[in-house]
Design a protein around this ligand. Structure first.
Ligand code: HEC
Length: 238
């Protein structure tokens, strides 16, 4: 291979690596911690795979509803505007104003928590972090597994503990939902919630992957005429 084709192949490979490594990162891979079982053995907890699919608007809409109802009381998502939810999730702005704006009356505002995080820190012992980029920090699968891993523990202040985040300061806020639904229904609701959180973390993730695919395809196709052209240029000299 000569210089030109080499550098072109390098470019394609580099772009492919960037694309795949960033999507692998976003998909998690941090593991979901270890916990000590009743026999006193350390058990490694495998992450469950979060059903993230940005093309499923129904799931994202349901996730937005769950997030605003169950999470925004304590957690902010300060990089996300309500107007962007309306636009990307295809929810009419009137409905967003009516049902999803729990902490503000301006649709251009970011998602703020209802209660000041500092006051909450004094209640819970830890301030609830902003959740805009939570799935980027921990991975979709970690967040999904975390939300599915609360269990009853009378020794904790709120009567609940978590297998993934030991002695989590967060109460099991989805407990009522979990009680009312079957296991499968509950997992599906949490799946929608995490799908929405993944969208919050990177609203253009799906577009990036689609565009990335076509960019690589374009580069590969371009390689053919460039290779032939290169051959043509050099044929008399060699
Ligand atoms: C009653 C207040 C409250 C509500 C409601 C609440 N959380 Fe939390 N959350 C907390 C607190 C406090 C922490 C900090 C836990 C810690 O560090 O021990 C936390 C931590 C978390 C974390 C872990 C952050 C990290 O990386 O360590 C995630 C993820 C999370 N919450 C998601 C949610 C989701 C999703 C909802 C809605 C279903 C929700 N929370 C509702 C109080 C709340």
């Amino acid at each position: 291979m000569n210089m030109l084709t080499k550098s072109l192949a390098g470019l394609g490979l580099g772009a492919a690596l960037t694309l795949f490594s960033s999507s692998a990162m976003a998909a998690g891979g941090h593991g979901c911690g270890t916990f000590t079982n009743a026999e006193g053995e350390d058990v490694h907890l495998a992450c469950s795979e979060a059903p993230v699919d940005f093309t499923n608007k129904g799931s994202l809409q349901n996730g937005a509803k769950l997030f605003m109802n169950y999470c925004a009381g304590c957690h902010s998502a300060k990089y996300v505007r309500h107007s962007r939810i309306a636009k990307d999730l295809e929810i009419p702005p009137e409905l967003v104003e009516k049902y999803l704006m729990v902490t503000t009356d301006q649709i251009g505002d970011h998602i703020d928590s209802e209660i000041d995080p500092e006051i909450q820190a004094s209640w819970f012992g830890a301030a609830p972090p902003d959740l805009s980029l939570e799935t980027r920090l921990r991975g979709d699968d970690w967040v999904y597994t975390y939300l599915l891993s609360f269990y009853e523990d009378p020794s904790r202040p709120w009567g609940a503990n978590n297998l993934v985040l030991k002695n989590a300061a967060m109460p099991h806020v989805l407990n009522n939902l979990q009680q009312d639904l079957s296991e499968e229904e509950f997992r599906s609701e949490v799946g929608d919630l995490v799908n929405f959180m993944a969208w919050m973390g990177e609203p253009s993730r799906h577009d990036r992957q689609v565009i990335g695919f076509f960019v690589i395809l374009f580069l590969l196709v371009l390689l053919i005429p460039v290779y032939l052209l290169n051959k043509e240029y050099w044929k008399d000299i060699k």
